[in-house]
Write a protein that binds this ligand. Sequence first.
Ligand code: AMP
Ligand code: MG
Length: 417
Amino acid sequence: MITPPPLRNDCFALPPGVNWTPVDAALTLLKDRLRPVTASEDLPLQEAVGRVLAADVIALRSNPPQANSAVDGYGFAGPIPEGPNVMPLVEGRAAAGVPYEGMVPAGQAIRILTGAAIPDGVDTVILEEDVNTADGKIAFNGPLKQGANARTAGEDVIAGAVALTAGRVLTPADLALVSAVGVDRVHLRKRLRVAVVSTGDELVEPGAEARPGQIYDANRPMLLALMRQWGFEALDLGPTGDDRAQLRAQLDRGAAAADVILTSGGASAGDEDHVSALLREAGAMQQWRMALKPGRPLALGMWDGTPVFGLPGNPVAALVCTLVFARPAMGLLAGAGWHQPTGFDVPAAFSKSKKPGRREYLRARIRDGRAEVFASEGSGRISGLSWAEGLVELGDGAQQVEPGSPVRFIPYGSFAL
Ligand code: AMP
Ligand code: MG
């Protein structure tokens, strides 16, 4: 597979006249315009966890490859009618990895262990706990259905079938499945490379001396960690001041080395909002004023063929925008398809009178089966992000939430956080 062509420059163009973009409209637009940009490579299975499948995995072998016993016991030909039974045992036994080569005659039984291939003449197994043995014979009570305690060949996966489909992000369980069907190398998308840059004259590096008026860069460590957690290759472009030339150089670096650029800060239309100014200058920028709290504005644009998500500077808004917009978009770019997070309706533990016109995300967690929200909705309150274990999503319209009203809770886990 060769590297896909770059995205079009008008990727993020909004229809004319659009001023406030509802969240769902923005998501639909992203979903329609973006597509995978990553090339692919073959890798051994042990390096594949968290990676995106570039092609279906076809089972080379059935699972199980042959009929085998599900229990330790005795095998024979079924079915067995109701009532007592006595059967002579053949010499030898069938064990996992050590099959019985002979044929078990009708009316006779064989000692069989879990995972052993079912010998010829056998299709049914009885649990050893249900059997008495003496003098080379077994005694047990029927009835027993034909096929009891036996697994049939291919009952899980048939050779030649699709075991896993392209676009899947491989889990540890998937590695078990892929191994079981005899595959040891998989065709994977290269990791999406995401460059992260923070903008603002006020920012200093965590740990450095901070003068009055300066604040520590909180977004970059968060965003870099998030990218790694999502299986992307994170490229740290460092902080940059509110300086157009410096930012331009950073965007050039990002476009050369990464598939996506995430910036934070400077995304509005103010004097020091250089991200939006530069993207506008490049002729491929859209100021998306999201009907979203916390979040607006989001600057989306293309820099030298590379999509740029210009996130708001406020850490709370930066995280919410990353989870709500950037994550599904990056999933698509990475070849993993478009995934909306799964939410659950739970009773609220709070009251709130929500105005119409924009969607709201509240920092929330579940206690005693109810969703509680962080005491402050201030978007500078970073501690609320840590306090929370997910987000409550309130729809675009007006809503009167009272304790006990159902609200949609999206656990951080649904964002793979
Ligand atoms: P801006 O979007 O650049 O107007 O920034 C909005 C607010 O977020 C301001 O209070 C900034 O100081 C703050 N901010 C911007 N970037 C960061 C960052 N990387 N870490 C923490 N706060 C930030
Ligand atoms: Mg700023």
